[in-house]
Every structure is written in C-alpha cells, then in structure tokens.
Design a protein around this ligand. Sequence first.
Ligand code: NDP
Length: 288
Amino acid sequence: MSATIIDGKLISAQIKDELKEKTAVLKAKGIEVTLAVVLVGEDPASQVYVRNKKKACEYVGFKSLSYELPAETSQEELLKLIDELNGRDDVDGILVQMPLPSHINEKAVIDAIDPSKDVDGFHPMNVGALCIGEEGFVSCTPAGVIQLLKRGCEGNISIAGKECVIVGRSNIVGKPMALLMLRENATVTVAHSKTANLKEVCKRADILIAAVGKASMITADYVKEGAIVIDVGINRNADGKLCGDVAYDEVKEIASAITPVPGGVGPMTIAMLMNNCYEAAVRKAQEK
Ligand code: NDP
C-alpha cells in the first residue's frame, strides 16, 4: 500500500492562516509585528528566499523592513546595521539571509544578533536554550518537521517512545532536529557521513528524517516497512529537477507516511519563521 502523503503546503498554509488571525488580534491591541530582512549581495536563490519571506510577512499581516546591501558591504558595515536593528524598539525579528559573501564571517554576524530577535534560532543562546529545555527560538526547518509530524496524518502520528533516526548533524537541521525529537520523547539516533552500517541504522527507524543534501540517497532498502519518512533535502537531480534526499517513488511503497519534495518540509520553514516573529513580538509585549 502506498504511503500517506504529509502535505507541507497545506499544513504551512494552516499555520500561516492561524498566525494571520492571531496577528489581527495583536494589531487590535496596538501591537505590530515587524521583521527586518537583510540580504547582502545578489545570489539569485537568496533573492527568491527573501522575496518569499517578505510575501509571507505581508500575508500574515507583519510589517517587513528590507535591507538589500551590495556584495562588497564590509563585515563592519553589516554589524553596524545589526546593532542599529537590535536597538530599535519597533523591530521584533532580524533575519540575515545566509550564505553571506565569503569576506564576511557568518558566525560573527549570527553572534551579533540580539537573541530575543534571532528568529532564525541560530544564536548560541537559543541553541543552548533548546539544549536545556528553556524558552528560546528554534531553528525553523526542524521546528517545521515537528509540526508536520504533529499535524500530518490527521494528527495520528505519535512520537513518544518511537525510534527516530536523523541522517545529518548540521547546526541548522540535524542537531536541533535531534534535540526537538528528544523533547518529544523519541529515542533518537543521529547518523552522519562516518556512521557505520548506515542502512541497518536507518532500518531501525520508526521515524526516519533525512537531512543530507544528496539526491535520492535514501532508497527503499534503508527504510523499515511502515516507517514515517521526512525528507528535508533540497537537491537537483541529473535532469535539473528538484528532488529530496529520499528516493520518493520507491520509498513511498514501503513507508506508512512520507513528505514529498517539493511541497513537504520546504514550505514549513517560512511558516515557522513567521511563527518565531509572532512569538518575538508577543514576548516583547509581555516584558513591557
Ligand atoms: P550540511 O551539508 O550542513 O549537512 C549534511 C549532513 O549530512 C552532514 O552532517 C553530513 O555528515 C551528512 N552526510 C553527508 N553525506 C552523508 C552520507 N553519505 N551518509 C550519511 N550522512 C551524510 O547540510 P544541511 O543540514 O544544511 O542541509 C541538508 C539538506 O537539507 C540539504 O539538501 C539542504 O538543501 C536541505 N535544507 C532544506 C531546508 C528546507 O527548508 N527544506 C532548510 C535547510 C536545509 P558529516 O557531518 O559527517 O559531514
């Protein structure tokens, strides 16, 4: 039997609609949510991401401030802008689109953002908060995966007690994903390029999350019958077509539920960014 498709487009639209309603309630109380979006250089993919983030802001009713800086912007100039945005009371969230030009140190930029405005959830303070179970901002893509699991399959997926294998250990996806699944009481294994017997490890998973960046690497022989498979990967296949890390056509015949690429995890990232911005504004209002 073919797997149930977990529809990220639909679930992200639900989340954005919920945020739109909640934002209107805030607005009625005189609170406006504002996201500052900073882009350095003219990378076409980054320009598309930034445009989509601004469109999402408009949809949910946030104000977005746009800073499109030339590629030759110095690190000092960028840090000065971040400092200014950190100090502005009317800015709730700051997003600096990655990757940055090679002469700018990304870590220095991430570290410079006020953790209470770090809606990407990349600042060490927010990563640390996630690690010890305190309130903070969670990296948007893994947070989106949790929502797919909670809302997909009509809410019938249970995470607690399940064997979860995550393939990939990056700071923005694999590691926070592992911490979030742990928070949901899964039994978590994190696999990576040095993992021995990767196929056998993956086959143990009730929930298999692929965040590798290798087109269609997870074939049917990595997947246990009836597993739930979440594909974070965004790759191009030999024909230039968008595809995930999972060999979708064959794995969907074995899995009980699966996310497609495109239309799975991808749309969730922006929805969770919007959610973080909303939370930033609410927390700021509560502190006043
Ligand atoms: P990274 O390149 O930072 O990390 C890839 C991870 O995969 C590393 O931990 C690496 O292991 C591991 N890996 C690489 N090759 C293998 C292998 N053969 N076997 C097992 N593990 C392997 O990527 P990201 O985490 O940033 O992204 C992963 C994918 O997710 C990419 O396709 C990216 O485009 C996509 N992505 C999608 C997003 C979305 O919105 N849907 C958002 C962010 C990313 P090691 O640590 O040992 O090198």
